[in-house]
Structure formats: structure tokens, C-alpha cells
Design a protein around this ligand. Structure first.
Ligand code: DQA
Length: 130
């Protein structure tokens, strides 16, 4: 499962100098294309709502997804609720960010979800997804 958080529905128009010109659909399409040879099935979701992201994490658990790639966007920096959900689903989650969060505003340097994810990839644009 690929899970995208708030404002990522606006990719393409949103600060393209930071996030690039691709829309979220372009990125999902690219990711499916890049992972074709692996034979993985991808379901991608985006939500601007914290609770919905949490519900999707439980859905990934209940429907036995092998893993989750999550860009929790701004929620990464402060959502203890999403962190707790990731910790409790017990399926591997990989945190991704299009931009290098450590090279930006200080409030973006900290991610509260990193410690409960398998790892984190940040700063390589759409390449972080596949
Ligand atoms: C982001 C980085 C976050 O700091 C920001 O709030 C986002 C996008 C990224 O993909 O670079 O919305 O997660």
C-alpha cells in the first residue's frame, strides 16, 4: 500500500521548485511502472485527514498487505496518532519524503514516525517511492 498524506493531492501545482512538476497520479504511475518486474501489486491512497490515514493503516493490516510506503507529509512531524498506528499494525512501513526534510525548515527536521518505520528515504523526488 502506498499512503500519501495532506496536500499531496496538490502535487504538480504545489511549490514545484520543492516537490517537482509531477502530479500524484504521475508519481503512482511511475512507481507502478518501475516495480512491474517485481510483480508487486500496488494500491495507492491519499488523504488530507489524519483519522483516514490511520484507518487505512489498519486496513493494510486487516487485508494482509506486505508493507506500506508512507508519505505522511506534514503529519510526519507531529502526529503521534499516526505513529501509534504504525507501531501497532506490525507490518513494515517505509517513510518517504519527496524533499530532503533535513535541508528545510527546522520544524521539518524531526519526524515522529521514523522510529517506528523500517527506514526512511528523503530528498530524491519521485524516486523515493519505488
Ligand atoms: C513532505 C515533506 C513535509 O515536510 C511536508 O509537510 C509535505 C511533503 C515531502 O514529501 O517532502 O507535505 O513529506
Amino acid at each position: 500500500m502506498i499512503l500519501n498524506g495532506p496536500n499531496l493531492n496538490n502535487l504538480g501545482k504545489r511549490e514545484p521548485e520543492i516537490y517537482g512538476k509531477d502530479t500524484l497520479s504521475d508519481i503512482i504511475e511511475y512507481t507502478k511502472e518501475e516495480t512491474k518486474s517485481l510483480g508487486v501489486e500496488i494500491e495507492a491512497y491519499q488523504s488530507n485527514h489524519e483519522g483516514e490515514i490511520i484507518d487505512l493503516l489498519y486496513r493494510a493490516r486487516d487485508e494482509k498487505f506486505d508493507g506500506v510506503v508512507i508519505n505522511a507529509a506534514a503529519y510526519s512531524h507531529y502526529s503521534i496518532a499516526i505513529r501509534d498506528a504504525i507501531a501497532s499494525v506490525e507490518i513494515p512501513c517505509v517513510e518517504v519524503h519527496l524533499s530532503n526534510i533535513h535541508a528545510r525548515d527546522e520544524f521539518r527536521h524531526k519526524s515522529v514516525i521514523s522510529a517506528v518505520c523500517v527506514g526512511m528515504i528523503s530528498g530524491f523526488g519521485k524516486l523515493v517511492y519505488p
